[in-house]
Write a protein that binds this ligand. Structure first.
Ligand code: ZN
Ligand code: ZN
Length: 157
């Protein structure tokens, strides 16, 4: 993402507003079981910024954080108390924050995923030509191991 301006997003009800600034460090589609359970969705679209580039501009008092240790360190999954909508996921080990890409939908910031992560534990396969990492790319602390491109898109049987 080459954009350098600020892009505004927020939760489902609008009580929480967030702003991201500049390029995301990475953007992808996560298939991990934690994302599936928390979002109750088969995949999760995300982009990650340095903490300093993510700001809560409205409704900080409406946020609730749930901490869970994951394979990529502790994470603070943060949602809106009022509507339950997922907003972001703090990654203190990395000093970065994942902002769920769809909270920025309509902000003018295009979502441009470059890979799939935790594809090895996923429930859907996607024949979209993007690299499929079993866990994470090496530059993000993963094994870097890639899995084969599937022949079709859909739920795994
Ligand atoms: Zn809300
Ligand atoms: Zn995930």
């Amino acid at each position: 993402m080459a954009e350098t301006g600020a892009f505004k997003g927020g939760c489902f009800c609008g009580a929480v507003e967030v702003e991201v600034r500049g390029r995301s460090v990475a953007a992808g589609i996560c298939h991990c079981e934690s994302c599936r359970r928390w979002h109750s969705a088969p995949i999760n679209a995300w982009a990650i910024w340095p903490d300093a580039s993510v700001r809560v501009t409205t409704g900080r008092d409406q946020l609730v954080e749930f901490n869970k240790q994951g394979s990529d360190g502790p994470s603070g999954r943060t949602s809106c108390k009022r509507c339950g909508g997922a907003v972001f996921n703090r990654k203190p080990k990395l000093g970065m924050t994942v902002v769920y890409a769809m909270t920025l939908d309509g902000s003018g910031l295009p979502f441009e995923p470059t890979f799939h992560c935790f594809y090895g534990e996923g429930v859907v396969q996607m024949a979209d030509g993007l690299p499929k990492f079993e866990d994470l790319p090496a530059r993000l602390g993963g094994s870097g191991k890639q899995l084969d491109e599937p022949s079709s898109t859909g739920f795994r049987r």
